[in-house]
Design a protein around this ligand. Structure first.
Ligand code: C2E
Ligand code: MG
Ligand code: MG
Length: 640
C-alpha cells in the first residue's frame, strides 16, 4: 500500500467521521426541534470509535509504509551497486575469475578471456588447474592454499599457460569469500598479465646494456662483467686478460668516406671480433671505434697469441659494397687480478697499454708492463721459430738413465727432447713444451721423439745392451688423440723395436682430463704390449679406484716430493705412502729427481724400485752416455 492510498483511506474515514458527527448533530437538533427525545450517546461513542481507529490505522500504516520505503530504497541502492560492480567486472583490464568452494569456475570477465584466450563457456565448471604452466612445484601451490585458508587472501607472481600454450607471468590476487557462518563459499582471483611489462623491461635492459649499432655488450655491461670476473679470478686464484682494441685511423675513414660507411665498417669489425667469442669471453663495443675482450682464464702467452690472431683477422680486407677496405688495429692487454684493485684501474691500465701499442707503430699489441710485453713477444717469436725447428731438424733427443735402486744398475732410459735454437742455443723443454702445447705442435714433436727414441732403443738392444725399457713422454694432447695406439704400433713396426721395450709416460692430469676415454686408450696400448707409467704422480688428483683400473706398470713419484727427502716429514710421509700404495696395486715405483745419496738411500730403504736424477746422471746425448754411472760417482758435468 502506498502512502497516498493510505492517506486517501484515512481522509475518507475522517470525512466519514465528520459527516457522522455533523449529520448526527443535525439529526439530534432536528429531532429536538420536533420534541422527540433522543439520546446522543450512540453517536458520540461511534464518533469516538471511528476517530480512534482511524488514527490507529494511520499511525500503523505510516510505520509500515516507512519500513517498506526503506527496504525499497536499500534494494535500489544495492541494485545500483550491482550494476556498478558488473560494469567494473566487464570493463576492468584485470582478468577476474570466480569459482565456488570446490574451485569450479562460475564466472570470468572479458579481460580474463582476452588474457588467457579461453571464453566463459570453455572454462565453466573447470578448475584453475586448466591453466597450470608446470613451472611451479607442489610446494608452491601448497603454500598458496595454506595462506588463502589462514588469511583469506594470497597475492604473488605466478606462471600460467594461455590457451595457445604460451607460458606467461601473472600478478595474481586471490580472495576467499565466506558466508555468515565462516564457511568459504567462493574464491575470486584478480590478475594482471605481466608479460608485456617483462618484455618492456627486457627491452629497456637491452637498450641500457647493448650497443644499438653493432648489438654487442656496451661499456656498462662490459664493466659489470669485468668487475665480476675480477672478484672470481681472485677467489679462484687464476688469471684473466682484458684486451682493449682500437682501430687505427678510423677517424680518417669516417671523414673521407662518410659516417654511414664508418658504421658499416664497425658492424663488420664487430662480426669478426664476435667470431672469437667462446665460453668465458665477452666481446664488447666500448664506444666509437674502441672494442674490448674480457677473457676469463688466460695467461700472458695465450693473451698475446689471441691478440695476434685478432690483428691477423682484422688485417683481412673488408668488403663494403663495391669497396674493399684495409684497416689495422692496436691492442692493449692487461692481466688481472694481480696488482689490480678495481675495475676502474683495470680499464685505466688497459688504456695505457693501448697507448703504448699505438706509440710503438700501431698494428701491434702491448701489455701494461714492459716486462710482460717482451716476455710475450719472446714467446710469440719462439712459437713461430718452433714451427721451423721440426722442419729444419733443430730438435735433439737426450737420454737420462733410470737405475735399479737395489744395485744402481741402469735398467732403462727416459728420452727427453731438446731444441738447439740457432741463436739461443739449447732450449729446455720446460720452456718450449708449453708453447708447443698452445700452438698445437706438441703432437708432431711427440711423434718425432717417439720414432727417434724407438730407433735408438732398437739399436741399443741390437748392440747387446741389457736394457729393459726406453721411456717416452706423451703429452695430454697426443694421449687424447683417439688413434694413439695405431700411431705407436706403426712407429714400433718401422723401428723394429719389440713393444715390451717401450714405456709410455702419461701424466696424471692427462688421464684425469677424460678418465673414461683414458681408460680405453690405456687398455688399447696395453694390448699392444707396451709398458705404461704415470708420470709426475702426486701432482694431479687421481682417484684410487681409477688408478687401480688403469692397470699401468709404474708410478713415477714427482721430483717435488723427492726434493725434501729425507728431512721433510711431509715429503717422507707422502713418498712412503705412494710406494706402499703402488706395491699394494702391484705397480713398480720410480723416484724422479734424485740428487743426493741420502735421497737414494731413503727411497731404497722404503722399498722404492727405481731411481732417476742428476745424482746418477743428467740427460745426455747418446754419444755422451756414461754406461758405468752410479750414485757413488760424481755427478756428470756434461749438462744437458
Ligand atoms: P719429466 O718427464 O718429469 O722429466 C723429468 C725432468 O726432470 C727432466 O727435465 C729432467 O731433466 C729433470 N731432472 C731429472 N733429474 C733431475 C734432478 O736430479 N734434478 C732436477 N732438478 N731435475 C731433474 P726436462 O728434460 O727439462 O723436461 C721437463 C719436462 O718436459 C719433462 O718432465 C716432460 O714433462 C717434458 N718433456 C721432456 N721431453 C719431452 C718429450 O719428448 N715430449 C713431451 N711431451 N714432453 C717432454
Ligand atoms: Mg717423464
Ligand atoms: Mg716427471
Amino acid at each position: 500500500m502506498t502512502i497516498v492510498r493510505l492517506q486517501r483511506l484515512c481522509l475518507f474515514y475522517l470525512i466519514l467521521a465528520v459527516l457522522w458527527v455533523v449529520l448526527g448533530e443535525l439529526l439530534v437538533r432536528w429531532l429536538s426541534d420536533n420534541h422527540t427525545p433522543v439520546s446522543l450517546l450512540p453517536f458520540s461513542k461511534g464518533l469516538l470509535f471511528v476517530t480512534f481507529s482511524t488514527l490507529l490505522m494511520y499511525v500503523l500504516g505510516r510505520r509500515h509504509i516507512d519500513q517498506v520505503a526503506r527496504q525499497q530504497q536499500a534494494q535500489t541502492v544495492s541494485q545500483t551497486r550491482l550494476r556498478q560492480a558488473e560494469a567494473v567486472f566487464d570493463c576492468t583490464q584485470e582478468g577476474v575469475l570466480i569459482s565456488d568452494a570446490q574451485q569450479r569456475i562460475l564466472h570470468v570477465n572479458p579481460a580474463f578471456s582476452r588474457i588467457t584466450g579461453y571464453s566463459l563457456e570453455e572454462v565453466l565448471g573447470q578448475t584453475p588447474k586448466l591453466f597450470a604452466s608446470g613451472k611451479h612445484d607442489a610446494e608452491f601451490y601448497g603454500q598458496m592454499w595454506r595462506d588463502l585458508q589462514a588469511k583469506g587472501r594470497w597475492s604473488g607472481e605466478i606462471w600460467n599457460r594461455r590457451k595457445s600454450g604460451e607460458v606467461y607471468s601473472q600478478l595474481q590476487n586471490l580472495r576467499s569469500i565466506s558466508d555468515e557462518n565462516g564457511q568459504v563459499t567462493h574464491y575470486v582471483a584478480v590478475f594482471s598479465d605481466l608479460s608485456a611489462l617483462k618484455r618492456s623491461r627486457e627491452e629497456l635492459d637491452y637498450l641500457a646494456h647493448y650497443d644499438h649499432l653493432v648489438g654487442l655488450p656496451n661499456r656498462l655491461l662490459f664493466s659489470e662483467r669485468a668487475k665480476l670476473d675480477l672478484e672470481r679470478a681472485r677467489t679462484d686464484k687464476r688469471s684473466g686478460a682484458l684486451l682493449l682494441i682500437d682501430l687505427d685511423h678510423f677517424k680518417d675513414i669516417n671523414e673521407s668516406l662518410g659516417h654511414s660507411y664508418g658504421d658499416s665498417l664497425l658492424i663488420a669489425v664487430s662480426k669478426r671480433l664476435g667470431a672469437f667469442q667462446n665460453n668465458g669471453m665477452t666481446v664488447a663495443r666500448l664506444g666509437g671505434d674502441e672494442f674490448a675482450l674480457l677473457c676469463e682464464s688466460l695467461n700472458a702467452g695465450q693473451a698475446a697469441a689471441l691478440a695476434l690472431r685478432l690483428l691477423d683477422s682484422l688485417a683481412q680486407p673488408f668488403q663494403l659494397g663495391a669497396n674493399e677496405l684495409f684497416i689495422t688495429a692496436s691492442i692493449g692487454i692487461v692481466l688481472y687480478p694481480d696488482d689490480i684493485e678495481d675495475v676502474e684501474q683495470l680499464m685505466r691500465n688497459a688504456d695505457s697499454a693501448l697507448f703504448k701499442a699505438k706509440g710503438s707503430g700501431r698494428s701491434t699489441y702491448a701489455f701494461y708492463t714492459q716486462e710482460l710485453t717482451s716476455m710475450a713477444q719472446q714467446r710469440v717469436e719462439l712459437s713461430s721459430a718452433l714451427r721451423q725447428a721440426l722442419e729444419q731438424n733443430q730438435l735433439e733427443l737426450h737420454y737420462q738413465s733410470i737405475h735399479d735402486l737395489s744395485d744402481e744398475r741402469i735398467v732403462g732410459f727416459e728420452a727427453l727432447v731438446r731444441w738447439r735454437h740457432p741463436e739461443q742455443g739449447l732450449v729446455s723443454p720446460a720452456r718450449f713444451i708449453p708453447i708447443a702445447e698452445e700452438n698445437g705442435l706438441i703432437s708432431a714433436i711427440d711423434l718425432w721423439v717417439l720414432a727417434r727414441a724407438c730407433r735408438q732403443m732398437s739399436s741399443w738392444v741390437d748392440s747387446g745392451l741389457s736394457l729393459q725399457f726406453i721411456a717416452v713422454n706423451i703429452s695430454s694432447r697426443l694421449f687424447s688423440h683417439g688413434e694413439l695406439d695405431m700411431l705407436v704400433s706403426q712407429i714400433l713396426a718401422e723401428s723394429g723395436l719389440e713393444p715390451r721395450y717401450l714405456e709410455l709416460e702419461v701424466t696424471e692430469s692427462a688421464v684425469m682430463q677424460d678418465p673414461d676415454a683414458a681408460m680405453d686408450q690405456l687398455a688399447r696400448l696395453r694390448a699392444l704390449g707396451v709398458r705404461l707409467a704415470i708420470d709426475d704422480f702426486g701432482t694431479g688428483h687421481s682417484s684410487l679406484l681409477r688408478l687401480k683400473r688403469m692397470n699401468v706398470h709404474k708410478l713415477k713419484i714427482d721430483q717435488g716430493f723427492v726434493r725434501g727427502l729425507p728431512g721433510s716429514r711431509e715429503d717422507a710421509a707422502i713418498t712412503r705412502s705412494v710406494i706402499a700404495l703402488a706395491h699394494n696395486l702391484d705397480l713398480r715405483v720410480v723416484a724422479e729427481g734424485i740428487e743426493t745419496p741420502e735421497q737414494a738411500e731413503f727411497l731404497r730403504d722404503h722399498g722404492c724400485d727405481y731411481g732417476q736424477g742428476y745424482g746418477f746422471a743428467r740427460p745426455q746425448a747418446p754419444a755422451k752416455i756414461n754406461w758405468q754411472a752410479t750414485l757413488n760417482r760424481a755427478p756428470q758435468s756434461n749438462d744437458a
